[in-house]
Design a protein around this ligand. Structure first.
Ligand code: NAD
Length: 318
């Protein structure tokens, strides 16, 4: 592949979505710098990229001010613990990454005159009182609840992103990412899909929090990467919701994984986590209109690809 002159920084590039994004940008012929502190990411996610001529790894905590020598045209800012298990284990790191970290990466974007894209989250809506959630919905976040370190870090990150744009004219965009799944999630990261796949591959019952009737809308990672690239290449600032509108009950997600793995459909029940949202579905009309994007991969197809990846990753023959 011939490399073009576009040089892109991906913070959090060793994580689940970040590593898929690095792969995609390299495939498009760009030069890619991945900055990561490996707090929740894995070397294994990017090991296959280290020999690519266009790929550079920078082991860096974005909470510390840093420079990337040379030009940068685009910055995708994904660095942040993202799963509830991670951000509850790393509460202060999560707040600092969203605040000081985002500020530092914006300062770099300003210095390099690069377009900056923030990976924000549906969690800025908290436990939403409006369904589905349009970008104009201002959210229902418990500022002192167990999820607040993540939700408020991302709300601050959105605020500082727009402040850089208003104060310095920095070219920015905000993607509000909804539940995304696929290969390279960690089996123990606490999110519903890897949780159920881990249980299914071990032949254990599926663990349900609450009634299991709460819904999630699951977007396959390749579709999410397409959306992030489209938003980066567009002139739009957003915030733009990115995700699937296919709302599925948690019980039905377990059913799908049971069918595909042959694990019998048995459940254990635990209480719903505090502030765990009951319903989660984006209004994605803006993404469709501005970017011409909607997810192309069906949930069963995405789940099948994810199970197959976990089987290989675990070296499992089950
Ligand atoms: P992930 O945990 O797999 O990846 C995050 C990456 O950021 C990891 O590689 C981690 O080591 C790195 N990181 C964390 N703090 C850092 C710091 N201070 N300095 C440098 N690197 C740091 O999570 P993911 O699911 O790939 O999420 C990527 C981004 O997308 C996150 O910003 C997350 O908030 C956002 N997002 C993800 C989802 C989802 O469903 N996966 C949903 C909404 C938003």
């Amino acid at each position: 592949m011939r490399l073009d002159s576009t040089r892109v920084l991906v913070t959090g590039g060793a994580g689940f979505i970040g590593s898929a994004l690095c792969e995609r940008l390299l495939g498009d012929g760009h030069r890619v710098v991945c900055a990561d502190n490996f707090s929740t990411g894995r070397q294994a996610n990017i090991a296959h990229l280290l020999t690519e001529p266009g790929f550079q790894l920078l082991t860096q905590d974005v909470v510390e001010p840093f420079d990337v020598p040379g030009p940068l045209d685009q910055i995708f800012h994904l660095a942040s613990p993202a799963s509830p298990v991670d951000y509850q284990r790393l509460p202060l790191e999560t707040l600092r990454t969203g605040s000081a970290g985002t500020d530092n990466v914006l300062a770099l974007a300003r210095a390099k005159n690069a377009r900056f894209l923030l990976a924000s989250t549906s969690e800025v809506y908290g436990d939403p009182l409006e369904h589905p959630q349009p970008e104009t919905y201002l959210g229902n976040v418990n500022t002192v609840g167990p999820r607040s370190v993540y939700d408020e870090a991302k709300r601050y990150a959105e605020a500082v992103t727009f402040a850089y744009h208003r104060a310095y004219g920095t070219d920015v965009a905000i993607a509000r990412i909804f539940n995304t799944f696929g290969p390279r999630m960690r089996l123990n990261d606490g999110r519903v899909v890897p949780n159920f796949i881990a249980q299914a591959l071990d032949g254990r019952p599926f663990s349900i929090n609450g009634t299991g009737k709460q819904t999630r809308s699951l977007c396959y990672v390749d579709d999410m990467v397409d959306a992030l690239v489209l938003l980066m290449r567009s002139p739009h600032r957003g915030p733009v919701n990115l995700g699937s509108t296919d709302e599925m009950a948690v019980l039905d997600i377990a059913g799908l994984i049971a069918d595909q793995t042959g694990n019998p459909l048995r459940f254990t029940y635990a209480p719903l986590g505090q502030d765990d949202p009951e319903r989660r579905r984006p209004d994605t009309r803006l993404a469709q209109r501005l970017l011409g994007w909607s997810p192309a991969t069906g949930i069963p197809e995405g789940i099948a690809a994810t199970i197959s990846w976990f089987r290989t990753d675990l070296g499992s023959s089950r």
